[in-house]
Design a protein around this ligand. Structure first.
Ligand SMILES: C[C@H](N)C(=O)N[C@@H](Cc1c[nH]cn1)C(=O)O
Ligand SMILES: [Zn+2]
Ligand SMILES: [Zn+2]
Length: 477
């Protein structure tokens, strides 16, 4: 059924009228410290799953909390994973079914990391809503709820059935999710389209739709030199220290231009095709502005095409930190006994987690053998997420593009994303249907970083896009 413009206008007006209330709901969600990577916040993750279930029930969905199993931590402890929210709204056999996925967990954040405001108190400054999870991914998840509520409050029948999967472990590799989905194949059986709002626009003004994600393979490298930390004055010079060993290994994994120095890794990367090369020049992206916005001292490549390809379709390796090394203020004179380096590789077609683990472990062990250190050395693959590519010519993307045009009066760019959402390929494989990423946040939202925010405009106009997309999907019945 083709809906007139007046229906969309009514919905958009209603979202504007309720904007302050929508911000208050985001404030409530941000206040729940659902950091999935920190075991001490596991109860908050559970609380967040319950919170989302109640919100889904408030719009008439039937929701359940699905057990995700047990997490086995590296120190030997076991911890129940937070439950996954499965929900369903509408079961009309004449309608198509949309699956929406989002995550309720967040990255760690502390005020002393350099935040200007408390990360868990949503704070509005100059139209920016600062708070951990505001853009990644609590804002977009709540956007879906408000989009549906607005249609209901305006007496507009949802033209599709909806299913929801909201998890609380995405930022820690989506542990337990694939297994839960495999155990509940029936839940995904009748899904016709999937939409995920969990990434960001390429710029600050122009919206985009996203058809690709890099995968991720995360590693720990442990070096141990003694049974406990040592006084550097008493023992320095007499033993082989763990931290220089670790830094020596880590420093050799990449070149100055960001290419990866791991034997067998770059050979897995699919060659760039001529068709692909034609896509990049048309994309609206300015590398000068990109560099300025980041305050970066330089970029690894000179052209827009090369930089986009570095972000989207070549692998990258990032060092994240060293556990066990002294990192406080002041000058402590200690030799750390055990240090664990943490790094991840963003992967691209045709890299697979199994093959990446194999070549990384083999390369690091080979490198270590040339060091000549007597210390204990171990490489431990952690979680992995697979690469995903979709078909951007599918009607699902056409519905997304029409919705964005209605709200922003511009055709969205088609982009790939350098980040990872581990479950995306699983949804595509398990449903056999199209998956689309529909971001609402801007490129400068600083997800995972200090002062994460979502612009009030993106949050509210984004809610309109989600509502319009639901209506546009109804046209493909
Ligand atoms: C793109 C998405 N919003 C996101 O931030 N994903 C994370 C997923 C992840 C995997 N391991 C840890 N986090 C990311 O890309 O880092
Ligand atoms: Zn996310
Ligand atoms: Zn994230």
């Amino acid at each position: 059924m083709v809906l007139g413009n007046e229906v969309y206008d009514k919905v958009f007006r209603s979202i504007d009228v309720n904007a302050d209330k929508f911000v208050e709901v985001l404030e409530e969600a941000v206040a729940i410290v659902s950091i999935s990577a920190e075991p001490e916040h596991r109860d908050d993750c559970v609380k967040m799953s319950h919170w989302a279930k109640a919100k889904l029930e408030s719009i008439g969905a039937t929701a359940e909390l699905v057990d995700a199993g047990i997490q086995h931590l590296h120190d030997g402890t076991q911890l129940p994973l937070p439950p996954i929210v499965f929900a369903q709204l509408g079961k009309d056999p004449k309608k198509k079914t949309l699956l929406v996925y989002g995550h309720l967990d967040v990255q760690p954040a502390k005020k002393e990391d350099g935040w200007n405001t408390d990360p868990f108190v949503l704070t509005e400054i100059d139209g920016k809503l600062f708070g951990r999870g505001s853009t990644d991914d609590k804002g977009p998840v709540i956007g879906w709820i408000h989009a549906i509520r607005t249609l209901q409050e305006n007496g507009i029948d949802l033209p599709i059935n909806m299913k929801f999967v909201f998890e609380c472990m995405e930022e820690a590799g989506s542990e337990g999710l694939d297994e839960a989905l495999h155990n509940r194949k029936d839940f995904l059986q009748d899904v016709d389209f999937t939409c995920i709002s969990d990434n960001y626009w390429l710029g600050k003004k122009k919206p985009c739709l996203t058809y690709g994600l890099r995968g991720i393979s995360y590693f720990f490298v442990k070096v141990e030199c003694a049974k406990q930390d040592l006084h550097s004055g008493c023992y320095g010079g007499s033993i082989h220290e763990a931290l220089p060993d670790l830094l020596w290994v880590l420093s050799q994994l990449t070149n100055i231009d960001g290419t990866i120095n791991i034997e067998g890794l770059n050979e897995m990367v699919a060659p760039v095709t001529d068709d692909e090369k034609e896509i990049y020049p048309k994309i609206d992206f300015c590398i000068k502005e990109y560099q300025n916005d980041l305050g970066a001292h330089g970029l690894t490549r000179k052209t827009k095409e090369e930089i986009l390809m570095r972000r989207w379709r070549f692998p990258s390796l990032s060092l994240h930190g060293v556990e066990g090394a002294f990192d406080g203020p002041g000058s402590k004179t200690v030799i750390p006994a055990k240090v664990t380096g943490k790094f991840s590789i963003r992967t691209v077609p045709n890299m697979t987690p199994e093959k990446v683990d194999e070549v990384v472990v083999a390369h690091l062990n080979k490198l270590w053998a040339t060091r000549g250190s007597p210390n204990r050395f171990e490489v431990i693959p952690q979680h992995a997420g697979r690469v995903w590519l979709s078909d951007p010519n599918h009607p699902n993307f056409q519905a997304g593009a029409k919705a964005m045009k209605r709200v922003f009066d511009v055709e969205p760019d088609l982009t790939r994303e350098g980040g990872s959402i581990p479950v995306t390929l699983s949804f595509q494989e398990l449903t056999g249907k199209n998956v689309m990423l529909l971001p609402i946040g801007a490129c400068d939202d600083m997800a995972h970083s200090q002062n994460e925010k979502i612009n009030r405009r993106n949050y509210i106009e984004g809610t309109k896009v989600l509502a319009a997309y639901l209506l546009e999907l109804g046209e493909f019945q």
